[in-house]
Write a protein that binds this ligand. Structure first.
Ligand code: DGI
Ligand code: FE
Ligand code: FE
Length: 197
């Protein structure tokens, strides 16, 4: 078996704490711990889950105009939707910063960070773990059905993923927020995957 790369999590945490406000940092630690639990449950590499969980929101506290500026500067591909909803860019920009500022080269970790907000079709196990951990970490309290989804996440990862995608879309439509076509595409992808099983 390939040996897992050891990251200096303590050093990463220190650096990250300077970039995030207190609530976001607390959320981040919740995601890191929850991702580790899910990795234990589903047999994903623990170190990847810890690092991806820790860094998934590393670009969250960058002001939106600066997110756009940095994405342009670093030639990160932006969709027309993201240009109008730059808060979504914290995921892609976060993956870039994880590499540039925190020295993470692992493409699987960078992918999980990049797709943690909308998801993407064909997510890896690690992508799914970070996506779910972000939604169910202990500090979250606003989403509906949290107790059920928290339980489901440890029983059936796939079903939990579909619930989170469906609930997120329902919330966005109900509250009149614009929906990234990617968010809808991902739910459709996983629903059709379920049908073909
Ligand atoms: O960064 P976090 O707050 O931890 O969580 P996140 O990265 O999942 O971002 C959360 C928000 O992103 C949540 O309120 C739902 C929202 N979101 C996901 N897909 C879309 C979206 N918001 C809009 N407007 N459109 C989307 O398609
Ligand atoms: Fe996020
Ligand atoms: Fe988050």
């Amino acid at each position: 078996m390939k040996e897992e790369k050891q990251y200096d999590l303590k050093k990463m945490r220190k650096k990250l704490q300077k970039e995030l406000d207190e609530d976001r940092y607390t959320h981040t630690i919740g995601v890191m711990d929850t991702a580790a639990c899910l990795a234990m449950r589903y047999g994903a590499p623990l170190n990847q889950a810890l690092v991806a969980g820790l860094l998934h929101d590393c670009a969250k506290c960058v002001p939106n105009d600066k997110k756009l500026k940095l994405c342009k500067k670093y030639r990160i591909k932006m969709t027309p939707f993201e240009l109008n909803a730059p808060f979504l860019l914290h995921a892609k920009l976060g993956a870039y910063l994880a590499k540039k500022e925190y020295g993470v080269e692992d493409k699987e970790i960078l992918s999980a960070i990049a797709c943690h907000t909308t998801g993407k079709p064909g997510m890896s196990l690690l992508d799914k773990i970070i996506f779910l951990a972000d939604y169910i970490e202990p500090g979250r309290d606003k989403a509906p059905n949290l107790p059920e989804i928290r339980r489901l996440a440890f029983v059936d990862l796939h079903k939990a993923l579909i619930r989170v995608l469906a609930d997120t879309l329902e919330y966005l439509y109900a509250s009149g927020q614009p929906v990234d076509p990617m968010t809808q595409e991902v739910l459709d992808y996983y629903l059709s995957e379920e049908e073909s099983e």
